[in-house]
Ligand binder design. Structure first.
Ligand code: FES
Length: 213
């Protein structure tokens, strides 16, 4: 009898031991995956640097310039740590604000996108009609989409009657990069919006924004 109890007890401990070993072998990779910073989602609305264009390359009434936005992107199991996630058009319409002190810079950056538009428009290059890439028009005084001939003024509003786009070009929230010693670079919150809709609805969730009609 005592021998039976000992055997049962031994088998019980053996089962627990084997279970523990399997848990460790299976659990360690799962825990490692979860705590690996590459698998953590960053803040959804983080500002991203616009590369390829500096503010002092623009001028009021001058030709708009294009910049590139990069971020970490995942595609299935593949991680792209510094991939191009979008492009933006920068259009300077007013004088550069006074950014001579950290307080003035902070005050400017705290303004709304609509308020900042008296100085600079920042548009995503995606056409609000069906998402094609919007180019400068031939004269450089507006934008044109090659896919279905949508045209836009330099303020992003639709240029012509019969425009297939239901809203103007989508503005993005932006700020002057405080880490740039020359204050010549900007950061944006890069977003895409629902195509072919008069309303400006961010893809992937978020509050509806005021469209550029
Ligand atoms: S996608 Fe631009 S006009 Fe259709």
């Amino acid at each position: 009898m005592a021998e039976d109890n000992n055997r049962r007890s031994f088998l019980g401990w053996l089962t627990v031991g084997i279970g523990g070993i399997f848990s460790v072998f299976l659990g360690v990779p799962v825990v490692a995956y979860v705590i690996d910073p590459r698998h953590r989602k960053g803040p959804k609305s983080a500002m991203k640097l616009v590369e390829g264009v500096k503010l002092n390359e623009l001028a009021p009434g001058g030709t708009p310039l294009q910049g590139v936005v990069r971020d970490t992107r995942t595609d299935g199991w593949t991680l792209y740590p510094n991939d191009v996630i979008g492009r933006v058009w920068l259009v300077q319409v007013g004088a550069r604000p006074d950014l001579s002190t950290p307080e003035k810079l902070a005050e400017f950056n705290a303004r709304t996108t609509a308020e900042k538009a008296s100085y600079l428009f920042v548009f995503t290059t995606k056409c609000p009609h069906l998402g094609c890439f919007v180019n400068l028009n031939g004269a450089g005084n507006g934008f044109a989409c090659p896919c279905h001939s949508a045209t836009f003024n330099l303020d992003g509003q639709r240029a012509a009657a019969g425009n297939p786009a239901q809203r103007g070009m989508d503005t993005l929230a932006w700020e002057i990069d405080a880490d740039d010693p020359e204050l010549n670079r900007i950061k944006v919150i890069f977003k895409s919006y629902e195509a072919n809709n008069a309303e400006k609805i961010p893809l992937g969730g978020g509050d509806k924004e005021t469209p550029n009609l």
